[in-house]
Design a protein around this ligand. Structure first.
Ligand code: SF4
Ligand code: SF4
Ligand code: FES
Length: 389
């Protein structure tokens, strides 16, 4: 935790400046500011703007990690400027200067301000970000169970800052990918028992070539998120419900690819890439490679395979020989599968929080002329009320 008793000191900040309307190339702009070490990178930027250059572009509002408007990159990592202490930022700087850039994967409007409408909000709109009521609509409110609300709480914590979008490797390669923030938003409604179109939403997101199966599990969005929304986890949950509950087989081969992937790890304990592609197209067994669809896909992948062989990334024997763990280690991996698969209900490893409302015990208090009550300390939570995390 930051020490709030330290006196102000000097910090050097280096900002990436760019004004597309000026016609000039981006450049770095360095200033020395004076602030206590526990103050934020946002305060440093604002001080530089006040003291040295009123034209520095930065967007902010709440200054307390709530509104999501001050997303930037600090020393190359996505962050909320108002939620990053100067002393922590200095520690992660390789040369003693705190480097601040606009977020990635989103066009720059000016300096540190990016065009959230052009990318982030467009993608959020893509996932129908509102509840589609089940009919008939009750006369009074819908009643939703505690567990069902806990289930969507994690995705509801999103403040739409775009930090995950900024760092998403799949979006860097394919800007059309719906992306981590929008897919986390999609789970917010797919997981809501009041929504009437769970299956339709999932079919849409699974069949889209830039939908749920476009994520490469790189974990960057998980690390980037300042609110622990775990966007990749939400995408995996969308996949699980699409595959296990609705048996959606997508045209992108995502469902079969996932089955081949997990099947290979279960059989060998290691991923065997040469076998992954044919099984993804032909089915999760050794014979999968004889399937015509697998042959067709192998043929179309030949240029990439030849390139990998020429560059020595793979050797013919290395590719053809099964990658397998030693028997003892393989048994340990397989025991994880057995344990998870034996569970009567789907086992979630990424639930966010759980608990029950505090039970307030009432203690009688005697007052003049009668008896009144006063709330005492909350009773301990009942263990039955908790959901495993
Ligand atoms: S895990 Fe998926 S959604 Fe998250 S950053 Fe990586 S590719 Fe993007
Ligand atoms: S998921 Fe996290 S990082 Fe992505 S927009 Fe929401 S709060 Fe920001
Ligand atoms: S100013 Fe609101 S999150 Fe930083």
């Amino acid at each position: 935790m930051a020490d709030i008793h330290k006196p102000p000191e000097e910090f050097r900040i280096r900002m990436r400046r760019y004004d597309p309307e000026s016609g000039e190339a981006p450049y770095w702009d360095e200033h020395t500011i004076t602030l206590a070490p526990h103050r934020s990178v946002l305060e440093a930027i604002l001080q530089a703007r006040d003291r040295f250059d009123g034209s520095i572009g930065i967007r902010c509002s709440c200054r307390q990690a709530i509104c999501g408007s001050c997303g930037v990159r600090v020393n190359g990592e996505p962050a909320l400027a108002c939620h990053t202490h100067l002393d922590a930022a200095l520690k992660s700087s390789p040369d003693g200067v705190i480097e601040i850039e606009p977020m990635g994967n989103i066009p720059v409007i000016k300096d540190l301000i990016v065009d959230m409408d052009a990318v982030h909000w467009k993608k959020i709109q893509r996932v129908t970000p509102w509840l589609i009521n089940k009919q008939p609509i009750p006369e009074r409110e819908y009643l939703v169970s505690h567990d069902a609300m806990v289930d969507v709480t994690q995705s509801m914590a999103c403040i739409q800052c775009g930090a995950c979008v900024s760092d998403c490797l799949a979006m860097e390669v394919d800007p059309g990918f719906i992306g981590p923030a929008a897919l986390a938003k999609a789970y917010r409604f797919v997981g809501d028992p009041r929504d009437a179109q769970q299956k339709e939403r999932l079919v849409d997101l699974a069949q889209d070539p830039e939908g749920i199966f476009d994520c490469t599990h790189c974990f960057k969005c998980v690390e980037a998120c300042p609110k622990d929304v775990n966007p990749m986890g939400q995408i995996m949950r969308l996949r699980r419900i699409a595959i296990d509950d609705h048996h959606i087989v997508d045209v992108n081969n995502g469902e079969r690819h996932e089955a081949a992937f997990t099947g290979l790890i279960k059989d060998n304990g290691l991923l065997w890439e040469a076998e992954l592609l044919p099984r993804s197209y032909g089915g999760n067994s050794w014979f999968g490679k004889l399937h015509p669809a697998a042959g067709k896909e192998l043929l179309s992948s030949l240029p990439a395979i030849v390139k990998a062989l020429i560059r020595g990334k793979v050797t013919p024997m290395g590719a053809l020989k099964p990658h397998k763990l030693k028997s003892k280690d393989l048994k340990s991996v397989q025991s994880i599968y057995e344990k998870i698969e034996k569970k009567p209900e789907r086992y979630e490893l990424n639930l966010y929080i759980s608990g029950v409302d505090e039970v307030v015990q009432e203690t009688p208090v005697t007052v003049a002329g009668g008896v009144e009550t006063e709330a005492s300390a909350p009773a301990p939570e009942s263990p039955e009320g908790s959901t495993s995390v």
